[in-house]
Ligand binder design. Sequence first.
Ligand code: ADP
Length: 169
Amino acid sequence: MNRLKAIQGDITKVHVDAIVNAANTTLLGGGGVDGAIHRAAGPGLYAACLKFHGCPTGEARITHGFRLPAEYVIHTPGPIWRDGNHGEDELLANSYRNSLKLAEENNCHTIAFPSISTGVYAFPLERAAHIAVTTIHNFLRDSQVIDEVEMVCFDPVTLASYQREIEKL
Ligand code: ADP
C-alpha cells in the first residue's frame, strides 16, 4: 500500500494539506503533540478552537493551520485507555475515520497523523498501530480524493510498530 507510509519526525514541520491533532475533548490544547501543534500554530489556532465548545471522543473538527506549514489542522480526541472493554478500539477507529472524512470533505489530498492515544492516553502501541493502519487502509481503498497518508512517529519504537503493520498489508 504505497499511499500509506510511516516516517519519523515532528508533525508540526510537515508540508501536507492537513495534519491531525491528537486533541482532548476541550480542543483547547494540552501536552504532547497537542501542545506542540498549538505552540507552532500560534494563538489563532486557540481562538479558532474556542468556537467549537469542545468535541466528543472519536469525532473530529477542522481549522486552518495558521503559522503551520500545513493548510489545515483536524482535531480529534482519541480514547483514554482503560482496560479495552470500554469501546476504546472502536473509538480509536472513529478518530481516524472521521478525520479522513473531514479531510476529504475539505478536498485535502495529503494528510499526516500522529500516533493518536498512545502517549498520555496510554493506548497499547501495537494494538493502536493495527487499528490505525487497517482503518486508514480501508478508507484509502474507497477514496478518490486522498492521495497520501503519512503516520508521523515521534520516536523509533512508535515508527517500528507502524512500519510492521504497514508491511502486513
Ligand atoms: P494522546 O493524549 O492522544 O496519547 P500524546 O500527545 O500524549 O497524545 O501522544 C501521542 C503521540 O504523539 C506519542 O507517540 C507522542 O510521542 C507523539 N508526539 C509528541 N509530540 C509530537 C510531535 N511534535 N510530532 C509527532 N508526534 C508527536
